[in-house]
Design a protein. Structure first.
Length: 216
């Protein structure tokens, strides 16, 4: 039986009670925290910056994944590392030279993952996987929490899982967007190992929701 990691998305937590929310997630068995960074350009929303990540870092020792939904990850990534992010999740769709950025990460020993939107084909990111800790497959279009899960991404999870196994890679598949007990189970059955969840966790009983996802 695989160990499913649950990564609560801080964007949906009660930020006025951040330390308590984080503690509840830790007590429930969360394996990491997902930090949605949006700049109002790459996506039509603005969320957290380095200061909020710094506050989260002070409240937990768990891995922090900074999901950089920004136009210039190449310009600002050091700010998020300095704030306490452990892994930088970079969109394939970002308007930067992703290969050049990854080469820089690898030269500097920076931990990273690759993110693809629902309409991006898996084949486009195969060559970036050997050094990538995570392949994040979006199951909604990034920008806002609470969207409905896009079922058509399920075959892509399976395709990615089969490829990673065939190439003996260590990359873990993560899925983000509309994750609950039903959609999470579909993802896990097709090879997902990390589930990012926002509304399902923080709009319900945190302990019960995380335990449900961990045991899918």
């Amino acid at each position: 039986m695989r160990n499913i990691e649950v990564s609560p998305s801080i964007i949906s937590s009660d930020l006025s009670d951040l330390r308590s929310e984080i503690k509840k997630c830790e007590d429930a068995g969360a394996g990491s925290f997902h930090l949605d960074v949006m700049d109002g350009n790459f996506v039509d929303n603005i969320t957290m910056g380095p200061d909020l990540i710094r506050a989260v870092r002070k409240s937990t020792k768990l891995r922090l994944d900074a999901h950089l939904m920004i136009n210039r990850p190449d310009k600002y990534y050091r700010d998020f590392l300095s704030a306490g992010a452990d892994v930088l999740l970079i969109h394939y769709e970002s308007p930067v030279d992703i290969g050049e950025l990854i080469n820089k990460f690898e030269r500097d020993g920076i931990r990273y993952g690759i993110v693809i939107n629902p309409d991006t084909e898996f084949r486009k990111v195969k060559k970036y996987l050997p050094g990538s800790e995570i392949l994040l497959i979006m199951s909604v279009y990034p920008g806002f929490s609470g969207q409905k899960f896009i079922n058509s991404i399920i075959p892509k999870i399976k395709e990615a899982s089969d490829y990673i196994k065939s190439e003996h890679l260590k990359t873990r598949i993560e899925v983000d967007g509309g994750i609950n007990d039903i959609t999470g189970k579909q993802c896990v059955e097709n090879g997902a190992e990390i589930l990012v969840s926002a509304s399902y966790i923080f709009n319900n009983d945190i302990y019960k929701s995380i335990q449900t996802l961990k045991n899918l």
